[in-house]
Design a protein around this ligand. Structure first.
Ligand SMILES: C[S@@+](CC[C@H](N)C(=O)[O-])C[C@H]1O[C@@H](n2cnc3c(N)ncnc32)[C@H](O)[C@@H]1O
Length: 222
């Protein structure tokens, strides 16, 4: 996956919850449908056939082994499938209908639905949400929309696991936003208890080891 910086960030003078002064942004949105239509999922730079190691560790640490999981921006569906193998009741959503069609062919144990997190049709709540690589491609001015939709989809006391590119990546001129700890704090702190933010990498088949933040949050009762 590519990373980088867009010129709009340089012109921003007052970073709010949607942004951060240190944050580096991508230049343009990929066409997710054509990516999933034209590429084999195994060749995608984010493809990881096993459960994300940071999520695996967190599930062990917090002794989570049952409940409902939403895999947000499920893409190839591997994370959803691995969670379902561990006994969770899993739904995977993705904006790309081609991603969903491909994922549906891999298993009957996961409910895969085409949906847009910024305007979701899905109308239920989950005990846990995992976002591995979706939040960091959401437009900065849509982050508060993303937050409010995630809150609606999460049960009381629900937990949210987030993996996104961090601002420790070098500036290459394109790719997902590079997210700082300050940005995570300013956006999520009001509605979540942030249990941990760790520096990690985006484990995948790609030789590029992009730096990430892995965040574990618990919804506040407010
Ligand atoms: C970098 S990929 C990560 C896929 C998967 N989570 C993984 O780790 O293999 C990001 C995914 O987010 C999806 N996506 C982008 N914008 C979205 C949106 N607004 N709502 C739902 N999914 C979205 C893309 O189609 C893509 O599959």
């Amino acid at each position: 996956m590519n990373t980088g910086k867009g010129s709009d960030e340089k012109n921003r003078s007052k970073p709010g919850p949607e942004s951060s002064a240190k944050e580096v942004s991508r230049a343009s949105l990929p066409d997710w449908n054509s990516i999933y239509r034209e590429m084999n999922i195994e060749d995608m730079p984010w493809y990881l056939p096993e459960l994300d190691p940071d999520l695996k560790t967190a599930l062990e640490e917090y002794q989570i082994n049952s409940g409902s999981f939403l895999d947000l921006g499920t893409g190839p569906g591997t994370q959803a499938i691995e969670l379902s193998k561990r006994g969770f009741e899993v739904t995977g959503v993705d904006i790309s209908v081609d991603a969903i069609r491909k994922a549906q062919k891999l298993t009957q144990q996961v409910t895969f639905i085409q949906d847009d997190i910024l305007n979701p049709r899905i109308n239920r709540q989950f005990d846990f949400i995992f976002d591995r690589g979706c939040f960091h491609i959401i437009d900065r001015d849509k982050r508060t929309v993303y937050l409010s939709e995630v809150l609606k989809l999460l049960n009381e006391d629900g937990m949210f696991f987030l993996k996104c590119f961090s601002d420790k990546n070098p500036d290459t001129g394109y790719g997902p936003y590079h997210i700082s700890r300050e940005m995570i704090d300013s956006l999520f702190n009001k509605h979540f208890n942030i249990l941990k933010i760790e520096d990690s990498i985006y484990q995948s088949i790609s030789s590029q080891q992009n730096k990430t933040l892995f965040v574990v949050m618990k919804k506040k009762n407010i």
